[in-house]
Design a protein around this ligand. Structure first.
Ligand code: NAP
Length: 280
């Protein structure tokens, strides 16, 4: 005779490498805080094993996963259901292993980006003027999708490798205007929102040295990089009187919908959550 025991829900993050990820500290904190019996596990998965791993984990009690570099695009081809926003962005960061056996892929990066700005700059009015987006990688795609959704009238974009910015223009339409990377300091003139989505400024990378003479002190300036928390780019923008928002809140907010779907509780994104992740 077999007895059925309630299964402890398991979730995790897959990528390669994965040791640097803050997600296990974040989800582990929320699990403890809300007294939820569950586990969140970092897993280094090679590209060649991705399909097998995704089909095996639900059988072991996994209810979903976060996905990070280099699997964010590849998982779309393996998922059975892709949300509209993940399809538009061309990448997924959150997977749900549904009870009907299907794998659903979603992207919560854009929603996390906006939620972070709404929380830390409540006065922010995205429709009040153009946005300037520096960089055109995977994260920039989520940012551009989100900025369009909240009503930004024009999105100026510059990237070191110009064809990547042009691809964004092709995918997201006429609101996106491509500028030369060497002209990036000019395109911030008159911008209401300025976003660094490049990896520049991250610990171990060169600082993002953009002349900010044209920056209006009324602009909201944010950086997706969160190590260090206050990048040189944000320090310089703040010195010019701008309201600045660091990238850690985006990481926290993009994680909340996945946690809620997997573990059944909408987690709080607050100061205690920030401290728990920073202290990890
Ligand atoms: P990605 O797809 O690899 O894109 C990297 C971007 O950085 C590209 O625009 C790239 O330009 C640019 N870049 C890299 N090195 C550069 C250099 N030396 N000079 C000029 N541009 C350079 O990475 P991603 O996923 O978009 O992530 C970008 C950054 O956002 C990373 O720092 C990541 O940690 C951060 N991020 C944060 C969050 C959050 O929750 N806060 C979420 C996602 C990502 P090229 O196209 O010319 O190479």
């Amino acid at each position: 005779m077999t007895t059925s025991h309630p299964r402890i829900p398991l979730a995790g993050v897959i990528g390669s490498p994965i040791a640097h990820s803050r997600s296990p500290a974040l989800h582990g904190y929320w699990l403890r805080r809300y007294g939820i019996a569950g586990f969140y596990i970092p897993m280094d998965v090679a590209q060649a094993d991705l399909r097998d791993v995704l089909h095996c984990l639900p059988k072991q009690g996994f209810v979903g996963l976060n996905v990070t570099i280099p699997h964010k695009e590849t998982v779309l081809a393996i998922a059975d259901v892709v949300t509209d926003r993940a399809a538009l962005i061309g990448a997924a960061n959150t997977l749900l292993f549904r009870k009907d056996g299907r794998i659903q892929a979603d992207n919560t990066d854009g929603a996390g980006f906006v939620a972070n700005l709404r929380q830390h700059a409540p006065h922010w009015q995205p429709a009040s003027g153009p946005a300037a987006v520096l960089g055109a990688g995977g994260a920039a795609r989520a940012v551009v999708a989100a900025l369009i959704e909240v009503g930004v009238p024009e999105i100026r974009i510059a990237n070191r490798t110009r064809p990547r910015a042009e691809a964004l223009r092709n995918d997201f339409g006429a609101k996106v205007v491509v500028h030369d990377w060497v002209q990036a300091s000019n395109m911030i003139e008159g911008a209401a929102t300025v976003v660094n989505t490049t990896a520049l400024g991250m610990t171990g990378k060169p600082d993002f040295r953009l002349p900010l003479d044209a920056l209006s002190p009324a602009a909201l300036v944010t950086d997706l990089v969160y190590t260090p928390l206050k990048t040189q780019f944000l320090i310089e923008a703040e010195a010019r009187g701008c309201h600045v928002v660091d990238g850690l809140g985006m990481l926290l907010h993009q994680a909340a919908p996945g946690f809620e779907r997997w573990f059944g509780h909408r987690p709080e994104v607050d100061e205690a959550t920030r401290r728990a992740v920073l202290g990890a």
